[in-house]
Ligand binder design. Structure first.
Ligand SMILES: [Mg+2]
Length: 179
């Protein structure tokens, strides 16, 4: 069985890194706590006049490299591999890719080890990738293939709870996947 695992907000804590930097840099400005986020894209969760400041933070060098791992994620993925599952990271780089592409590779090498770099699939269209399961926090995943090969299982996040779909966290993945 091949499992595709998304990176941002599934393995690497994008939201926490953003909030940490946002609150340090703009302590006088409003912020949206994770629990109150109803919109998938962090930028769209903020008023229009603040949006340039939001993207400035996640586009700056170091942002993708310095994200902390999501609790339990690294261990879960390594356990899956030890159980004989075939794991690939399946992640979409930002359209403004300058720092993010390099730093995603660095992040995987740092938190998983150099041999896991071979398992990175970078694509803006995940429907083209073949796998049995895609674990991803994005509520709806679309692309050129209208019926992807994989089953999308949501990584549970406050902003995807309006979608009725099987969901898991790194605390309950074994039960949800029946393993
Ligand atoms: Mg994601």
């Amino acid at each position: 069985m091949r499992i595709l695992v998304d990176m941002d907000d599934v393995l690497a804590d994008f939201d926490a890194e953003f909030l940490k930097r946002w609150r340090a840099r703009h302590p006088e400005k409003m912020y949206v706590p994770l629990e109150e986020r109803t919109i998938f894209y962090v930028k769209e969760s903020y008023p229009q006049d603040l949006q340039p400041l939001v993207s400035e933070i996640y586009l700056e060098p170091g942002f993708f490299r310095e994200m902390m791992p999501v609790d339990g994620g690294v261990e879960a993925v390594k356990t899956m591999q030890q159980m004989g599952l075939e794991i690939f990271f399946c992640t979409s780089p930002l359209y403004v890719y300058k720092n993010c592409v390099l730093e995603k590779y660095e992040w995987v090498e740092h938190h998983f080890g150099a041999e896991w770099v071979n398992r990175i699939i970078l694509t803006r269209d995940k429907t083209l990738v073949k796998g049995d399961i895609l674990i991803d926090d994005k509520p709806i995943i679309t692309g050129v293939e209208s019926t992807p090969m994989w089953e999308h299982i949501l990584y549970d996040r406050p902003y995807n709870r309006d979608v009725n779909r099987k969901r898991l966290t790194w605390q309950n993945w074994k039960q949800v996947l029946g393993m």
